[in-house]
Every structure is written in structure tokens, then in C-alpha cells.
Design a protein around this ligand. Structure first.
Ligand SMILES: Cc1cc2nc3c(=O)[nH]c(=O)nc-3n(C[C@H](O)[C@H](O)[C@H](O)COP(=O)(O)OP(=O)(O)OC[C@H]3O[C@@H](n4cnc5c(N)ncnc54)[C@H](O)[C@@H]3O)c2cc1C
Length: 594
């Protein structure tokens, strides 16, 4: 199996030319995050993930985490505890957080670039830091001073981990249906009772404490999402001095046997009058949880990129080694490496160019989150926040759909061996499947995009984004014939998106079901188009850097491939976006059975 190597040069290119890391590091809050420091961090992390995390990925898959029903304990696979200790000791989890809580104060963009390395090398491991980071972000924004004082430093240092407890048997996509109860206690704390399912790293043996963030209902709470409150429920209740004390009444009663990410324990947690502490106001928990979910949605989107990248590395290595058939033009009697066949090249180019497009989109999203928090003027902050809100469902859903498709292509490149576990590529395919489901299924993301994000500022936010894409036309035109195909394809895609966007906004007002019927093809259409914008900018940047460098020349070629051969799919989706609900509802559920 090929060893994972962090794509440092591609990441640098994206940080400098697809987003503006140098510009971000000029903001006062990020003055210490100059690009050279960031690249140094990424180099070091690249060594850590290759040396420590990647070698554990296989044992994670084959051994998995184990649950002891007698004690409720969960044992992570061999090597996991030590790897986690090394991860925490090096301070990798603290990089983007506030210095007053022990963090490094780096942009979220940097944390996202780092997360790609963690996820590519070992997706099951990376989920523990991912959820902890989301919990830290949530507490940093909505926890009171005392709560921040008592929990944040240890979470930022990695001494304790965090979890997110939304899902219950009857409350999946419909979080508002949750039933877990919170009863006030005389001392001002709360007692939490109920069952949560599918809780990632809800129990583990790597840290002294786990900080669960739990959604529950207080007495008299209104129904639905308006009646949800958010609580801190530590595995061990803290003593006065802040050290973990008595075991709280929360217990893992089982872990799921899953298709992939076997080492990541997916826990059923039973809360039986557990001590909890209310975050902010009662009944405002859903709003607070959105801080964490938006953050986690971007990270889950990133997993599509990360697994796409490592799958590509494996597929490419296999295609260079495996000999089969004689490529057109090769000497008679020889077997060519399969990388010489046009169809295999198509698969590899599809993977590579989509990875580059995804990286650009994810970084744009992360940069917008940083600017929303730290830009100089209120106007800039608002504009960036709107962009981040618009891009988040696209990053989550398009990138995880693509992650699935690219992992599938990587299996295809391996032929029959792709279906055999020992090559390791089957694990990528199994691992990434869940990313299109959790953190809000991709169908729910598409409805969020159409139902909530398009109507932002009466369509003004999407209009601004499409305007920015169109504004590239002058530069593409000036680049002449070489980028003419990119220019034409981008113009056609944006024009299609303008048309479907207007149709959806009008339909939402007339009959939302017509709009929701087209939400998924629209999200894909917009994802492909934003990807085209990224690739057009990549081609311009690589050209101006000089195509005598093979690295830059390859960037122009993959951009051309994407725009000439993948981007035209965008316009082809318009019919599905605008078809409306009629055909979808023409058959009754019984008729669907045949
Ligand atoms: C490995 C794993 C880890 C997880 N980790 C966590 C975690 O750490 N914390 C946590 O709280 N949860 C976690 N989850 C739960 C996860 O977020 C949910 O599974 C997910 O939100 C979907 O909910 P569901 O499974 O109930 O599916 P359902 O909601 O039953 O959805 C089934 C299908 O119906 C569609 N659907 C549902 N409602 C609608 C609607 N209104 N309109 C259109 N389509 C709809 C969905 O898109 C989906 O295709 C995890 C799940 C897994 C499998």
C-alpha cells in the first residue's frame, strides 16, 4: 500500500493563490501567522501524520474500538492512546484558538489546512480532534466566563476531548423532535436524562475527561427547535479546583458496528440524571449549536477532499505500476502501465482536478470564516459572514459527494484488486461513505442552501458570488486563446446558475416543494460552478507564475481538463433543478413498489 505524503506544494499554492493567506496574516489578530510560519507548521505536521497516524489507519480498520458492556468502557485500537498523547503534547489541537485559552491564535484557514493532513492519514482518528474543535468553538462563543475558565484550557490543550450530542432514535435530521430532559437542581445545575445515539467518541480511553455538549429540553419548553437548550455534561464532574472528580451519570451502553471508520467509537450514551450546566439561555440551544455545526460541516466537507487526495495518491501509484494491455502506440509485445491508457488517465485527471477545485472551495469558506471574525470593518465582516453561510452547505455536500465519487474511481483504477481489502483502497471507500450522511445529510444541506441561503438579503448574497465569478471574465479574456475554453465554459455555467437561481427563488415563494425538488441538483450545479471559478483562477495564477515550471504547467492543464470536461455538466443539471415536484409526486408510495 502506498504511504500517504502530505501534498505540501499544492496546499501552499492554494493558500497563496486561491485564497490570500498573506493578506489574512496582515490582520492584527493574525499578525504572527505569517506564511512561512504556517508552512513550517504544515511541514512538521506532515511528518507527524506520515510517521504516527498513517501507520495506525489499518489497525484502526481491522481491530476497531471495543466496548465492554460490563463497565461501559471503550478501548481504542492498539497504538491509539500513544498517538493521541503525542498529538496533544505537540499542541496540534490548539493552533486556531484564542491565546487566553492556551491557543495559538492562528486563522481557521490554517486549522483547516492542517485538518486535511490528519484526515487523509487517518480519518477515524481525526474525528476526535474535529469534534473537540467544534465544542471549543461553541464554548468560546456561548459559554460564560466561569465555564470557559473551567473547561476551555484543558480542551484546547487536548487534555480533554469534546463531543456533540444531538441525535436520538426519533430525532435524526429532525433535531427538534429530541426528548432528552433537563430538570433544574437546587444548586443551579441541571439533571439530564435520556438517550443519545451515534455519538462520535462519546466514550474513549485516551483522556482523563470528556466534555459532552448535550441538547435537551427544560420543563415547559416549546415544541420543536425553539425549545432546545444546550448543556455541558462532563464525564467526570469537576471539583472546586477544576480537577475531574466524581463519575457523572452518563454511560456508554453500546457502540455501533459500522461500514467504515471502525476505530472511531460511535456510542449510544445513556444519561441518567447526569449533572449538567446550562450554556447561555434556556431554549436558545439550537442557535448555539449552529456555531458548532457550521464549523463541523466545513470540516466534514474537508474529509471529502482529504479522502479524495489519499485515494488519488494510491490510485496513481497503482496505475504507474500495474501493467495491462498495450497502450496505443506502445511497441508490440509489451504490456503498458495502465496509466498510459486514455480511460485510466480520464479517471486520474477527474480525481486530481476535482481535488484541486475542492481545496479551493474549502479554503475560500475557511477564509470567509476568518474574515467574518477578524476583518477590519463591520461591512467586511458582514460580507464575509454571508459568504461563509452561503458556501458552507456547498462545501459540506458537494465535497463529500465528490469524496465518495473519487474514492469509487480509485477503486475502479485498481480493477479487481480495488475490491480486495489488502490494497487498502476499499477502506477509503467505506470510510468516506458516512460523510455524506452525518452533520446534516447532503439532502438536508441542499434544502438549507435553497430554503435559507438563497433568500439571504433577498437573493443579494448569491448574486454577489455570481458577480464575483463573472468579474473574472476580463482577466480570462486578456489571457487569450490559451484560456479561451475555460472562459467559455465558466460563462456558460454561471449563466445556467443565474437562470436556475431565479427560478428557485420564484418557486420558493409560490410552492416550496417545487424548489426543494430541485435542491440537490442545484447544489451540485453550484458546487461544480464554484469549482470552475476556482480552477479558472488557478489557471491564471499558474500562468503568471510561469509554465516553464512543470508544477505550474500541470496546474493549467488540470484546470483546462476540469473546465472543458467537468464544468459543462453544470448546465446539464438545469432541467433537473427546474423540473418541479410533479413527476416526483406522480407515483404514490404504493406505486413506487411496482
Ligand atoms: C458514524 C456516525 C457518527 C455520527 N456522529 C454523531 C455525533 O457525534 N453526534 C450526533 O449528534 N449525531 C451523530 N450522528 C448522527 C447523524 O448526524 C445522523 O445520522 C444524521 O443527521 C441523519 O439522521 P438519521 O440517521 O436519523 O436519518 P434520517 O433523518 O432518518 O434520514 C433518512 C433519509 O431521509 C432524508 N430526510 C430526512 N428528513 C428529511 C426532510 N425533512 N426533507 C428531505 N429529506 C429528509 C435524509 O436526507 C436521509 O436521506 C452520527 C451518525 C453516524 C452514522
Amino acid at each position: 500500500m502506498t504511504a500517504y505524503v502530505a501534498p505540501q506544494r499544492d496546499i501552499r499554492f492554494a493558500l497563496e493563490h486561491l485564497v490570500d493567506l498573506p493578506g489574512l496574516s496582515k490582520l492584527p489578530a493574525f499578525a504572527h501567522a505569517d506564511p512561512e510560519t504556517v508552512y513550517g507548521l504544515l511541514e512538521e505536521l506532515g511528518r507527524f501524520v506520515s510517521d504516527v497516524l498513517a501507520p495506525l489507519d489499518r489497525v484502526g480498520d481491522t481491530v476497531g474500538s471495543k466496548h465492554d458492556p460490563a463497565t461501559g468502557d471503550v478501548t481504542t485500537p492498539p497504538g491509539w492512546r500513544d498517538a493521541y498523547r503525542q498529538y496533544a503534547d505537540a499542541g496540534w489541537g490548539s493552533v486556531p484558538f484564542a491565546p487566553e485559552h492556551g491557543g495559538g491564535g492562528f486563522p481557521w484557514l490554517v486549522a483547516i489546512a492542517m485538518q486535511e493532513l490528519l484526515t487523509s492519514s487517518n480519518m477515524a482518528f481525526s474525528l476526535c480532534p474535529l469534534l473537540t474543535q467544534g465544542a471549543i468553538d461553541m464554548l468560546s462563543h456561548h459559554g460564560n466566563e466561569e465555564q470557559q475558565e473551567r473547561y476551555l484550557r484543558q480542551m484546547v490543550s487536548g487534555e480533554w476531548t469534546g463531543t456533540m450530542n444531538l441525535t436520538e432514535p426519533e430525532a435524526g435530521s429532525d433535531v427538534g423532535a429530541l426528548r432528552t430532559k433537563a430538570i433544574p437542581a437546587p444548586d443551579g445545575s441541571w439533571r439530564i436524562s435520556g438517550q443519545k445515539i451515534f455519538i462520535t467518541y462519546g466514550e474513549q480511553d485516551m483522556t482523563d475527561n470528556i466534555v459532552h455538549l448535550v441538547l435537551a429540553r427544560v420543563p415547559g419548553a416549546p415544541p420543536g427547535t425553539k425549545g432546545i437548550s444546550c448543556f455541558i455534561v462532563p464525564k467526570y464532574v469537576l471539583r472546586e479546583d477544576g480537577s475531574p472528580g466524581e463519575r457523572n451519570a452518563v454511560r456508554c451502553i453500546g457502540i455501533e458496528h459500522k461500514m467504515g471508520i471502525h476505530a472511531s467509537p460511535t456510542c449510544v450514551l445513556e444519561f441518567d440524571g447526569a449533572v449538567g450546566f446550562l450554556i447561555g439561555e434556556a431554549n436558545a440551544g439550537m442557535r448555539y449549536m449552529f456555531t458548532m455545526m457550521n464549523n463541523a460541516r466545513l470540516s466534514v466537507g474537508l474529509s471529502g477532499l482529504a479522502i479524495g487526495e489519499v485515494s488519488y495518491q494510491q490510485a496513481l501509484a497503482y496505475a504507474q505500476e500495474r501493467r495491462q494491455g498495450r497502450a496505443v502506440g506502445a511497441p508490440a509485445g509489451t504490456a503498458s502501465p495502465i496509466v498510459e491508457h486514455a480511460d485510466v488517465r480520464r479517471m486520474l485527471y477527474t480525481m486530481r482536478s476535482t481535488i484541486e477545485a475542492m481545496r479551493g472551495l474549502i479554503y475560500l469558506n475557511a477564509e470567509a470564516i476568518d474574515r467574518a471574525r477578524q476583518a477590519d470593518t463591520a461591512e467586511d465582516r458582514t460580507e464575509a459572514e454571508e459568504l461563509a453561510d452561503l458556501l458552507t452547505p456547498i462545501s459540506k455536500a458537494w465535497c463529500t459527494d465528490m469524496g465518495n465519487e473519487l474514492a469509487s474511481l480509485a477503486v475502479q483504477v485498481h480493477g479487481g484488486m480495488g475490491y480486495i481489502e489488502e490494497t487498502g483502497i476499499a477502506q477509503r471507500y467505506r470510510d468516506i461513505r458516512i460523510a455524506a450522511v452525518y452533520e446534516g445529510t447532503n439532502g438536508i444541506q441542499a434544502m438549507d442552501l435553497v430554503g435559507r441561503k438563497l433568500p439571504m438579503r433577498a437573493g443579494g448574497v448569491i448574486d454577489d458570488l455570481l458577480g464575483r465569478i463573472e468579474a473574472l471574465d476580463g482577466e480570462l479574456e486578456a489571457a487569450g486563446d490559451e484560456l479561451a475554453s475555460i472562459r467559455a465554459a465558466l460563462a456558460a455555467a454561471v449563466s445556467a446558475v443565474r437562470d436556475t437561481t431565479s427560478w428557485l427563488l420564484a418557486s420558493l415563494a409560490a410552492d416550496p416543494n417545487d424548489a426543494f425538488a430541485g435542491a440537490t441538483p442545484y447544489l451540485r450545479q453550484l458546487g461544480i460552478t464554484v469549482g470552475g471559478w476556482v480552477m479558472a483562477r488557478q489557471a491564471l495564477a499558474a500562468r503568471s507564475l510561469g509554465v516553464d515550471d512543470p508544477f505550474n504547467a500541470a496546474k493549467v492543464t488540470t484546470a483546462r481538463f476540469y473546465c472543458e470536461q467537468l464544468l459543462p455538466q453544470a448546465a446539464g443539471l438545469s432541467a433537473a433543478v427546474k423540473a418541479g415536484k410533479d413527476v416526483l409526486f406522480a407515483l404514490t408510495p404504493d406505486q413506487l413498489g411496482g
